[in-house]
Structure formats: C-alpha cells, structure tokens
Design a protein. Structure first.
Lengths: 171, 322, 905
C-alpha cells in the first residue's frame, strides 16, 4: 500500500525534472560523421566520379532499392550511366557503403529528406553525386587497380612494374 | 418563461462545459503524462498545444468510418452512443454549484449509480457486435469488472448517505458544511476511488482494453467518430467520477471567498490530475488480482464502513429523524 | 564402378575416372583451374592437390594432383588433410600474386572461377607487398576483350583455341613469370569459336565485349533456358536480360547437342533483339505508298479481321525461322491448302529430300555428341564451319577420336590430355572433306577434294559404288581420285562409327541422295553409319515436317486469285526468291498482313504489321538438323505490344474457331498441334507443362541475389507493379521461386553454392545424370521408315567442263553475315564481309580482274555488281558468290552465268 503512494510521489516529482525532449527542428542535435543518413556518391581526390558501377551496392541492398547501369568512357574508365536510389524504400542500413570497394557510396549525417510526393524520394545520379571526397579523403581506386584508363597507363598504378616487353627474353 | 429558460441555459451550459472539459482532458492527460515522463507532450498545435484536441478531432472526423462486414451493424453503431450517453446522463444530477444543477433529484445518488451501471452496456454491446475475439474478450472482462465494482461503489456510498441522510446530492453537499465527508468516510472514499477507477476502466484497471493481450479490447474494430464516442465516454467517465468524489467527499461547491462553481471546478481538476497521476505511475493489474481485490478486500471494507458509520450515526442519533 | 575412400568414407565412382572429376561430381568442393570437362587434365595448375594414402594404415600419405590420378579400387584420399589444404592455399596465393585489384571493374566479377577458388581455399588477404607484373592488352576484335594483367597462366585458353577449336592465330608467348596469351599482334580472332574463351577462362582475361557495352552482373540477369536460332544445330543457350534488353548469351550444357561450347554467331548474334529495327507496335498503312504507322493493338486486330473476312482464300506464308507453334497457328488460320512454307521451291525440294533421306536411314541422325565420338567422318559439299559451326567443331573433335581409342593400348587414360597429345603427335583420325571450295576443316582433313556440286555427286556415287551399291560407276575419273574413292570407302567400311555429313548448302538434291547412298551402302554392309544434313535455318526441319507449298507456288496462286489476302509470318520474302517473282504477292493493292519482329522489305510492303516476339520474348519449339524438337522459354516480356505470333494469329481467328482452339497458353497450342498432327506428338515431351511446380514453387528466372527490384522502374513511377505472369511455362519472372538445381533443359542458370562461374557445371554433373529421367532434352520427330534395298539413287550427272564465256556460280557461305537475324547484331555486322564474287586467280586474270575490282554478274533477269576476290581452291570456270550477305539478292545456285568486268568511269 505504501509502495503505491511512494510510486505516485516519485512519479509526481518528475514534473520538476529537466526535459529530455529535444525541440527539433528549432533545436538541432549532433549527428556523428558516421551517422547513416542520406546516401551520396563521392568523387576521388582528382575530382572524378569514384563510382565504377560494379553493382555491389545494388546486390548488397536488402530492399533492392539501388538500380544502376554501368558504362565506359572512351579510355576504359567505368562509371554509372544512371544511378538511382529509391529512398522511399531505403532503410539506411549502410550495407551499400560497406560493400562499396571504392568508397564512392557513402551515408551522411543528414536525415532531413522528407517529401510530400513519394516520387520525389527517387534520387538520380545528379541528386546523389557531390563535389567532394566525403569521409575518405585520399583513396583513389584507379590508382591501385590494374586497369588502364585515360591518364593512367598499364604499369603506372601503385606497386606495379612497367609492362612486360614481349619481344625481350631478358629475365 | 424564466422557468424554462434558466434550466435550459443550465442544461446547455452543463452539456457544453462537460463536453469541453472531457475533450480538453485528452490534451491535459497527454501533457501531464509527458510532464511526469520528462517530456513535453503535445505543444505544437496552438498555445501550449491547447488546440491539439481540435487537430485530433479533425483527424478522427476525417478517418474512414469503417463498419466491419461481419459486425452486427445496428448494435455496432448503437454501442458507442450508449457508452457516451450513459456517462452524460449522470451529469443531470451533479450540483456544479448551489443553483447550477439540471435536476436536483431526491434520488440523485441512486440515479448516478443507475446511469453509471448502464455504461457497461455500451462496452459489452460494442465488443459483442464487433464479432471479434479481442472485442468479445474485452467486453466480457468489462462486464465482469464493472458489475463487480458496481457493488462496492454502491456500498461505499452508503456511509455518505447515512451521514447526509439524503440521496439528493445538494443535500449531501449541504451536509458537509461543517466537515467534508472524506474525514469520517475515508474508508468509503478509498473504496469509491478504487471502484471509480474500475468503473471508468482506467489504469490500473484497464483490463478490458489491455493492448498487449487484447489489441484494443472492446473497441478493436472501432474507428473514426464511433471510436471517438468511446473515447469521449471514457473522459466523461473520469469527469463524472471526479465530480462525484468532490460532491460526496470534498464538499462539492462549498468553499470560502470564491463562487461555488469555481470551487467545484478546482476540486475536480485536482481530482482528475490525481487520476492521471495514477495512470502515469501504476501498472495494470492481472484479472484475478482485480477480482480478488474487489471481492476479498473492498467488499469487506465497504461493509465495515457501513457498519461503523451506521453505529456511529446511530449512537449520535442526530440525523436519522430526517 | 569402383569404391574409393575420401576422408575415410567410401564412395562409388566410375573406374578409371580421374579423382578430380569424381570428387566434383560427388559434391566435394575441390578447387582447380586447368582441368576442363571437355579438355580434360593436364595437371598444370597444381590446385587440385589432395593427399593419397597407400592403405588404411598409412598415416603419412603423399600429395597428388587429383586431376592426374585415376580412381581405382580402394584408392584412399583426403581432401580435408591440413597439409593438402595448406598446399592448395599456397598455390592460390602464388597465383594471386600478380592478380590486379580489378574485381569491381572486371566483367568476370561475380561469376569468376578464380574468385570462387580463392574464397574456397580461404586466401582472403594478400601478403605480397612488392610490385606486380603488368601486361599490355590486345584488341582482339568485336567479340572478346583482353585484359592480360588478370591472367593466372592456366593455359586453358590456348588449349581450347588451338587444340580444341583449331585456331592458329592465338598462342602463348614469353616465359616464366611473363607468359602472355594473345595474338602475334592486335587483330580480330580468326576462329569462329573465339567467344568460348570467355567461358573457358577461369578469370577475367577474356570477357564478352558485347556485354561490356551494356554490362550487368550475372546475378542481375533474368535468364531462361533457350535455343539458338542462328543455324540448324539448335544449340542450347541461356540468354540473359536486364532492363528489358537482352545482354548476353551463355552456353547451356546439353550432352547430346552443344556440350560446353557455342559458336560466335550463336553467342553474339543476340543483339538483334535490342536493335532499332525491332517492331514494337501494331502498324497500319493508311495509304499505299506510305509507311505504316502505329495503329493501336485492338484497332489493328479489328482491321485485320475485317480485311480477312471477305477473302475466299487467305494465303499463309510460314517461316523456317519461326517456331513450330507459330507456323502451326498460321496453318490453322489459313487451312492446310493455303499454307506455304515461305522458302523457295528449290529449298523446299532440298529440305524434303534431306528429311526423306533421314527417314529412310538405318540410324537416327547423329547428334553432335555422336559426331564427336565418330571415328571416320566424310563431309560432302557442306562448308560446315559457316553453315553449322558447332557441327564443324564436332567434326574437328572427331578426328582425335580414333587415336584416343588407340591410346588405351598405351595405358594412357582418356582424360590425360597432355599425354594423349604427346602420344598422338600430329596424327589425326580419318576425315574426308569434299566441298566446292576450301573450308576451315581442311587443316584437319586426311584428304580434301574440291569440286563443283556435280563432281561431288560423282565422287559420292563412286564411293557408294565402291561400297558395293548397285549403281553405275562414274567414268572418266582420274586415277588419283579413284584411289581416294577407294580409300574413303575402305576407311568408312572399317570404321566403328562412321558419319557422313552433308547438307543443303550446295544446292544439289543429287548430292543429298548420293550421301544417303553411301550411308545405305554402309548399312547394307552391316555397318551403322550416321547420316547428318546441315539445314539452312533453325526450324527448316520443323517446317519441312509441317509441309506446305513453296513461295513460288504461293506467288502463282496469288497471280490467278486476285481476291486472296496474304498473311506472312516472321519471314522476309525478299530474301527467299528474286523480287520480280514476288510482284504478284506483295502488290500494293493486295491485303498483306505481316507478323514479324524485324522491320524488313516485306513489312514495308504490308498493310498491317503485327509486332511478334523474338526468340527471347516467346516460348516455342524448334526442330534442329537431326529432327530433335527442343523447347525455348521466354527470357523477357516483350516491350509495348509485342507478343508471340501464335497469339496474334489466334486473335485473327474467327470467333467460332477461337472457341475450338484453346490457345490461351502455350500448352494449349502445343496440345492442339500434337492432336491435329500426331507426328508432332513428341513435342509434348520436350518440356514440363506450365502447371508443374517444384515443392509448390515455379522456377525463378531471376537469381536470388537479383538487385534493384524496387528501383528499376521508379524513374517512371515510384509505385511498384507486380511482376508479369507467365501462363506458358513453369518459370516465373521473379526472384521468388525455386532457386536450386533443376534439369538443365528447364534451368534458368547453372549454379551451385560457392560455384558462381560456368565451372559450376561439372560440380553437379553427376547429380544431373540422376535427374536425367526428369530431363527434357529434346525429342526426335523423324519417324524412320524401314530401308528398302531398291531405294538406291542411281543418277549420275555429267562431269564438270568449263564453258568458254560462262562461269558456274556456286554458293559460298559466311558464318558472320549470311544469316538474317544475327547480321543485325552490331558485333556480327562488323565482321560481315562486303558481298563478293570469288574466282580462281587465273580466271580473274583472264577477265582482267584484280582483287576488289567490280564485276558484273548476269543471272536470269538480274544483274549484280560485286567486288571480285581470288580463291585458289575454286576450280577454273567456277565462281563463288557470297550468298546471304546484305546486298546479295536471293539466287538459285548453282547456275551458269556470264561475268563482266565493270570499267569504272
């Protein structure tokens, strides 16, 4: 019996405690850099698209909300012809970011992306691609890949020997 | 002309007032619960979120008014109306102030008990007509609970009646000019408060709609305005039980300096806040605990209260002559 | 069968089998690289190491290569032995030392044998910190991309390209760490099977160049079992679709037909499905002389019904490139008397003759597998590499068969490829190639004979006579030729499984009969020869079995009967007979209704055009050269108004007939066909009914990992629509459905857990064999008649003699360009030669022609202008025309014609 009144009293005293509610949107709260919010496509330090359209993000996506089509420029550099994320399906699990071998797709600390029309939740590459490198400043996939692209010939990547001269028999 | 207009004004005033209070209780309850949970509660619509009830009303009105195809349609529609009406009818005998009472019946207390018993029909019929297992289970529980607690509620008030010597509520209030009845009748008050909670199906006695086992109990299938009627019925119930507590145990409209109506409203406000505090703090009972509490504790207490009060009144021999 | 012990548990395997194959088919995950189920073991990569024990008391054991060790009674091996595991992990780590960091941009990624094996051995972290060796790539033409950095030097590519497919322009160069697989210099790979490098290569050195233009990963492709439509062999394929476009063709194993490989026409001809010439909407020609315009599906049907109703006769022109069901639907619409086959009278005759010969043969027509296992082959008049490429590959492979049989005496296992090749040196089994001009099989032929079709007939008749057929011996044959005839006859007689391959390519009915003569003579001598004919198109045999008149007959009827309307089914008539003959049929004033998927001259003339479905968008049955009916399944749903021809025709049927023919689904029309023509009843056994479910599920066309489901169409509308319903087959256009292994004839993909590459196939081949009873690998429709002794064909054409001012024009075929549909694919079109006329250089000199000079040819009423080319293998007085290439009108060859040099102004 006394317990009940103690409980009542304890609960009543909470009326004078500070509030835990953050008055969003007047008050913003801190989102850590690794917060899993709006997805972006970043660029490498040279300002080129990082995405090589390998489809790994798409296959990792548990709700299958990423669709893209790979294509190639005249020098063999791969990039997505289109890249679409249906944010009305996205669950912000971050699997795409984990799957990405080139740090191209990244989740950002932005979660203010509500729309009145569901159709506006479909983001195309123009909407996703940012100007900077995002969280990973220095990585440039094509500097370590063996593929030759415009501006980087065979043997010019990191830790690569010059191409073998097939006409030579020297060891 | 005055004979007609004043009562009419009273009727309209009471109806409007009661509705307004019941509606605003939604807001009050949410704000208070938030207060005791270190939150803010609804504070966006209007000043302090006061217009939340308007928003809720619009929302409820614009919802699809769904009657399940498997329901007993007539009864399904009737049930929420009964629930709200039964609660509303009791207000006819409540003396808000010395002169503000719709009908100062000489069997006012009996009328109140009768009307609040009718409330069980709304619940039982609603659950039954829904043709839904959760609804049926909820209404079965409600029936058991409400009929049981009706008994103690009635018995707990016998002490008050004995002391006041009248069933007319204004007379009961008048009888408290020297001393509010909660002092001599604290046992009756305790039983009545508990029974009142059970009657209004409030936590910790909200087993009929226990959401973690029965979805929403008897109003599982209700939506839109029909749901709103149940909702309204519940808040009317709270207001009514608070009014009765104030009238029967806390001197009703009696009080110094201020007009009677203000005193009355202040008192029921405190009472309602108490109800909400109980909701904020206490967990729900198990059904067997509920019944055990009722029949094994409250019934003997209420009977004891009658015997003791009867004895004391008999010994003092004061009012029985009325 | 023999018992071996793997990790101390007994298993039953075939005696003499190598342990690798045994382990794989028993379901063990044993990594390997250089072994290939068709090219067998060389023991080069050292990846399939297991530990072998002497007996149960031997605890030490020794590491052996599973692919080089035969399974014998009581063989005890351990796969899980820690030492063997470490050995395999070490090998793969070394192989991976120079492998680039390329997987995300590599087309092989996701179906890479190297990825699978690396994962299988547990090598997940590269310890090598030094610089990697790099190579420059070569441009290998429009089919194959070269990325040498990725090479792990398993030698499979050269073993396939040189040893198996007979290519000469690809080899291995350099040494030790620098070995390089490629050509001497950049250039188009010359071999017709170069596309198989894509599947043979265990990693991404060779990848599909056409796929790279619209790349999609394996798991993203919607696939279904299909049949190649680009020649009469009927290879089994798995086309893959994504975003409504066909992305690539992969081989689907069928032991009897194409085994592990495809030709480049079959692999790369698919792009016509995505081409701009596709018809996607029902069109109506408002006024004569104007192009047809989209008209709306229902309106077009209504208009067509109004047109057809008053006509007393509706002529139906079928097609050898349409499915059996589509042709049958047209046959039903117009009635048996008004159904025409849509090919020239000559082709009708040739096809009918060949089918008759197959009917009266003692043996069923040999499958590719039978041809491969044959120990003596005679090719008569057919340039197989260009008309039925996979048949040529089988013939090429057959030249090893006899010698491989002989190596058993040397105690060399049949799968020990390197040892067999050392033992064989350059010895090849008997293959006789008698053709009008040189063929790509000449390099493996024991003897070659080049002659005009009539001379080939004489040659064949002489062989038949030498095999004691009661016919006249051709006179005036040179002693050399007589000796060759004797040798061929003797070799065929002594062979265990001789095969005679001919075809309609020569345009000579007599040659077909003569080929059958040889088979018959062998048969009456107690041999069991195989007799195979190459046909021009994928369903020539099916259409031949269905019957019906020739296109010329249809034209004749049309001339006399002005009131007749014409319905043309998936056929460009302008490729069939010369244009003047067609005038009466494709008259502007006539009601011509065309049902086709490609825009062509015929659809240009049509009043109403219905968009039919290509092979990838439809279900159907095709009958291949051996009379084998095979079912192909819909890979994708046709865009816009596209639907199967038989569905269009059903909608054109009068109401009362519609009720009689329940063609709501493919099963309905198949059942109707089997009932109407009992000869076709076996087609019901070519596939399961549409109601079949596996554990209550349909078979999923999409991989379980199919991605983008909720984003693919959201640029149009964010609301998702349910996947299309497939009423025609037990397959579903969804990733929801049965995903595990099913019989390959209904399997949308070849996949086993942990084995994502085409190398998954050997992994469950044993399992497949147990599924064979369930399998629908095609049913032969050729009902054989008992052979009659009197049935010898006795006619002997006169020997060829040069004429002073005329040349005998014969057909020369091209794998790339001579087929109507594949030439619409950009990659194939790139390799299509310009039309030409080939002459012996001496003849060319006589006419004053240099290479590539323009020459004028007068045939009948037509005059052609072609570039001239030298061809040393042609006899003097003979000229070859590249038939079927774009720009060459339909011709009836062989024919005599005058040639004239065009003097450019």
């Amino acid at each position: 019996m006394a317990n009940i009144f103690t409980t009542l009293w304890r609960v009543f005293r909470h009326a004078f405690r500070p509030r835990v509610t953050v008055q969003y949107p007047e008050q913003k709260f801190y989102l850590p850099p690794r917060w899993r919010g709006r997805i972006i496509l970043s660029r490498d330090p040279d300002g080129e698209e990082r995405c090589v359209a390998c489809y790994l993000c798409a296959v990792a996506c548990p709700v299958d909300c990423i669709a893209l089509q790979a294509t190639e420029d005249e020098h063999g550099r791969r990039y997505p012809e289109f890249f679409r994320i249906n944010f009305s399906r996205c669950i912000f699990c971050g699997f795409c970011e984990e799957a990405c071998p080139t740090y191209a797709i990244q989740l950002t600390p932005d979660m203010e992306m509500s729309e009145y029309r569901r159709q506006d939740m479909v983001y195309e590459k123009e909407d996703l691609l940012i100007e900077g490198t995002g969280k990973y400043r220095d990585y440039n996939y094509y500097r370590v890949a063996g593929l030759a692209i415009g501006g980087k010939d065979k043997g010019e990547a990191e830790r690569e020997q010059a191409p073998v001269d097939l006409r030579s028999l020297l060891p | 002309m005055r004979d007609v207009l004043i009562p009419l004004a009273v009727v309209v005033g009471v109806l409007a007032g009661v509705f307004a209070v019941a509606a605003q209780l939604v807001w009050l309850e949410r704000r208070l619960l938030a207060l005791w949970q270190d939150r803010y509660g609804p504070n966006r619509v209007g000043p302090f979120g006061l217009l939340q009830v308007v928003a809720d009303g619009i929302k409820l009105l614009s919802k699809e008014d769904w009657t399940p195809p498997f329901a007993d349609k007539g009864v399904f529609v009737l049930a929420p109306a009964i629930a709200a009406t039964a609660a509303l009818l009791s207000f006819a005998v409540v003396p808000f102030a010395q002169n503000i009472v719709i009908s100062d019946l000489n069997i006012g207390l009996l009328f109140f008990l009768a009307m609040s018993s009718l409330g069980v029909y709304g619940v039982v019929l609603g659950g039954w007509a829904s043709n839904n297992k959760y609804g049926l289970l909820g209404s079965l529980r409600a029936a058991g609970q409400m009929i049981s607690y009706e008994v103690f509620m009635g018995l707990s008030l016998c002490g008050v009646v004995l002391m006041a010597g009248s069933l007319r509520l204004n007379a009961v209030v008048e009888a408290q000019r020297e001393m509010w009845f909660f002092v001599p009748q604290f046992l009756g008050l305790a039983v009545f408060v508990i029974a009142g909670l059970a009657e209004t199906r409030r936590i910790p006695f909200d087993l009929p709609e226990a959401e973690n086992e029965l979805v929403a109990g008897y109003h599982t299938e209700y939506s839109s305005m029909k749901f709103a009627m149940f909702f309204l019925g519940e808040y009317l119930g709270i207001t009514l039980i608070s009014s009765m507590i104030v009238t029967l145990f806390f001197g009703g409209w009696l009080g110094p300096w201020l007009p009677g109506l203000v005193w009355f409203l202040l008192k029921i406000a405190v009472c309602i806040i108490g109800f909400i505090l109980i909701r904020a703090a206490l967990p729900r009972l198990r059904y067997d605990q509920l019944m055990a509490l009722g029949w094994k504790v409250l019934l003997p207490l209420a009977l004891l209260n009658i015997i003791v009060t009867g004895g004391v009144v008999l010994a003092s021999g004061s009012r029985l002559s009325d | 069968m023999t018992t071996i012990y793997i990790d101390n548990r007994p298993y039953e395997v075939a005696e003499g089998q190598n342990l690798l194959r045994a382990c794989l088919s028993l379901g063990f995950n044993l990594p390997y690289f250089c072994w290939h189920p068709a090219m067998h073991s060389v023991g080069a990569c050292r990846q399939c190491a297991v530990k072998q024990f002497k007996d149960e008391n031997d605890t030490k054991g020794r590491i052996v290569m599973a692919c080089m060790t035969p399974a014998s009674e009581g063989t005890r091996i351990s796969i899980d032995d820690p030492e063997a595991k470490a050995f395999r992990a070490g090998v793969i780590e070394l192989l991976m030392v120079n492998h680039p960091h390329d997987c995300p941009v590599c087309d092989e990624g996701g179906e890479c044998h190297l990825q699978d094996m690396t994962l299988m051995t547990g090598h997940t972290y590269r310890r090598y910190r030094f610089a990697k060796r790099t190579h420059r790539n070569q441009d290998l033409g429009p089919f194959v991309t070269h990325e040498m950095n990725r090479c792990i030097a398993c030698y499979r590519c050269v073993r396939f390209y040189r040893d198996y497919a007979g290519g000469r322009d690809f080899d291995v160069f350099q040494w030790h760490n620098n070995v390089y697989f490629g050509r001497q210099s950049d250039g188009v790979l010359e071999n017709e099977f170069s596309g198989n490098l894509v599947e043979v290569c265990p990693t991404g050195v060779f990848t599909d160049k056409t796929l790279a233009r619209h790349y999609a990963r394996k798991w993203d492709l919607q696939t279904a079992p299909s049949i190649c439509v680009h020649c009469s062999v009927g290879c089994n394929t798995i086309p893959g679709e994504r975003y409504g476009k066909l992305r690539r063709i992969r081989n689907r194993y069928n032991r009897e037909v194409n085994g592990y490989f495809l030709c480049d026409r079959g692999r790369y001809g698919y792009e016509f499905v995505n081409g701009p010439q596709r018809i996607r909407r029902a069109m109506f020609c408002y006024q004569p002389e104007t192009a047809a315009e989209p008209f709306g599906r229902l309106a077009a049907i209504e208009r067509a019904r109004v047109l057809l109703e008053p006509c007393q006769h509706v002529l139906g022109i079928g097609s050898p490139r349409a499915s059996l069901e589509a042709n049958f639907a047209l046959w039903t619409l117009v009635g048996p008397d008004n159904f025409y086959r849509g090919v020239s009278a000559k082709e009708c005759r040739l096809t009918d003759t060949a089918i008759d010969m197959m009917r009266s043969s003692d043996m069923p027509a040999p499958s590719l597998h039978d041809v491969e296992r044959s120990d003596a082959v005679l090719v008569l008049g057919e340039d197989l590499t260009n008309t039925a490429p996979m048949l040529a590959l089988a013939v090429r492979h057959s030249t090893l068969q006899r010698e491989i049989d002989l190596t058993e005496k040397l105690h060399i296992h049949w799968w020990d490829d390197a040892a067999i090749r050392v033992a064989l040196q350059q010895r090849r089994g008997p293959l006789f190639v008698a053709t009008p001009a040189e063929t790509k099989l000449d390099d493996v032929a024991t003897h070659i004979y080049h002659g005009v079709p009539d001379d080939l007939v004489r040659f064949a008749q002489a062989i038949a006579e030498a095999l004691t057929a009661p016919i006249r011996r051709p006179e005036g044959m040179s002693p050399d030729l007589t000796a060759l005839v004797e040798k061929v006859a003797e070799t065929l007689y002594l062979a265990q499984r001789p095969v005679i391959v001919s075809g309609v390519g020569c345009g000579s009915e007599e040659l077909i009969r003569a080929a059958a003569n040889i088979a018959k003579a062998l048969g009456s001598a107690g041999r069991r020869p195989g007799l195979a004919f190459a046909f021009p198109e994928c369903n020539s045999v099916g259409l031949g079995l269905l019957g019906g008149g020739s296109l010329e007959e249809a034209c004749r009827v049309a001339t006399t009967d002005r009131a007749a309307a014409v319905v043309v089914l998936e056929n460009n008539l302008f490729r069939r007979v010369p244009e003047p003959q067609l005038r009466s049929l494709v008259d502007r004033s006539r009601h011509l209704i065309a049902i086709d998927h490609e825009e062509n001259e015929t659809t240009d003339f049509a009043e109403i055009v219905f968009p039919s479905a290509s092979f990838a968008e439809s279900d159907g049955t095709l009958v291949n050269y051996e009379g084998r009916a095979q079912r192909f399944f819909r890979v994708l749903v046709g865009a816009e108004e596209t639907q199967e021809s038989w569905r269009w025709i059903w909608e054109l049927l009068p109401k009362e007939q519609q009720a009689a023919h329940a063609w709501e689904s493919f099963d309905g029309i198949q059942a109707d066909l089997a009932q109407t023509m009992p000869a076709f009843a076996p087609i019901l056994q070519t596939s399961p009914r549409a109601v079949v479910r596996i554990v209550g599920q349909k078979i999923a066309r999409q991989h379980a990992r199919f991605s983008g489901r909720t984003a693919i169409h959201t640029d149009q509308d964010v609301r998702e629509t349910p996947p299309p319903v497939d009423r025609d087959s037990p397959l579903t256009f969804s990733m929801e459905g049965y995903q595990r292994m099913v019989p390959l004839s209904i399997a949308p993909r070849q996949w086993a857990p942990g084995w994502n590459s085409p190398q998954a196939l050997p992994r469950f081949q044993e399992e497949l064999r147990s599924l064979q009873e369930l399998d629908y690998r095609g049913q032969t429709l050729i009902a054989r008649l008992p052979s009659e002794e009197s049935g010898y064909f006795a006619s002997l054409p006169p020997a060829f003699e040069r004429r002073p001012d005329e040349w005998l024009l014969i057909s020369l075929y091209h794998i790339f360009g001579a087929e109507e549909l594949s030439v619409l694919a950009p990659a194939i079109a790139q390799l299509t030669p310009p039309p030409y006329l080939a002459l012996h250089p001496d003849d060319a000199d006589e006419l004053g022609l240099d290479q590539d000079d323009e020459v004028e040819v007068k045939i009948g009423g037509q005059t052609l202008r072609l570039a001239s080319r030298w061809n040393l293998s042609l006899a003097r007085g003979v000229a070859g025309i590249s038939v079927g290439l774009p720009g060459v009108p339909p011709l009836e060859l062989p024919v005599w014609a005058g040639l004239k040099r065009v003097v450019s102004a």
